[in-house]
Design a protein around this ligand. Structure first.
Ligand code: GDP
Length: 176
């Protein structure tokens, strides 16, 4: 510990959810403070590194983004392997992306996840928009039913993005 690249824990976190819900934007918002509009599209499954100081601990996070591969249903087991934290993202203005969590993404994670007690978090993104199709209550209930944490965010307006990762990681730290 101390200087250099030291850290207390190394965590792998995944972002899953339908195309367009804002996964890349959430990741960009959390890992850089770069201009939102300048976000260049990423190609291929990729991950970003983030050092996070939380509750006196220095954490190294590798956060994996599908980078569009979800459209082709080509996410492989290596994407899921070893993930201790999983973010299920949907767009609060597109109900079908919320239904996909139940109909697709929960099953995918159950099938491929290699860590049985991975911490899961349901994230309703784009709360800055007006034409909402999924209420906060619906999101919350769904999360509770599936034993997940829950938060609503806006990557665009930078609402609750840091809190999202901090709550997830805090819970991961509590899990032996
Ligand atoms: P991904 O396919 O899940 O990675 O989604 P992207 O991050 O590429 O975002 C899809 C589109 O939604 C882009 O045009 C983003 O600018 C936009 N977007 C992402 N997050 C938000 C948000 O919180 N609010 C609004 N209004 N737009 C967002």
């Amino acid at each position: 510990r101390g200087g250099g690249g030291g850290f207390d824990h190394l965590f792998k976190i995944l972002l899953v959810g339908d195309s367009g819900v804002g996964k890349s934007s959430i990741l960009m918002r959390f890992t850089t403070e770069d201009c939102f509009e300048d976000m260049s599209p990423t190609i291929g499954v990729d991950f970003k590194l983030k050092m996070l100081d939380l509750d006196g601990k220095r954490l190294k996070l590798t956060i994996w983004d599908t980078a569009g591969q979800e459209r082709f249903r080509t996410l492989t087991s290596s994407y899921y392997r070893g993930a201790q934290g999983i973010i299920f993202a949907y767009d609060v203005c597109r109900k079908e992306t919320f239904r996909s969590l139940q109909e697709l993404w929960m099953n995918e994670v159950d099938m491929y996840s290699t860590i049985p007690d991975a911490i899961k978090m349901v994230v309703g993104n784009k709360v800055d928009l007006q034409d909402r199709q999924v209420t906060k209550e619906e999101g919350k209930n769904f999360a509770r039913q599936h034993g997940c944490l829950f938060i609503e965010t806006s990557a665009k307006e930078n609402i609750k993005i840091a809190q999202c990762f901090e709550e997830l990681v805090r819970k991961m730290l509590e899990t032996p």
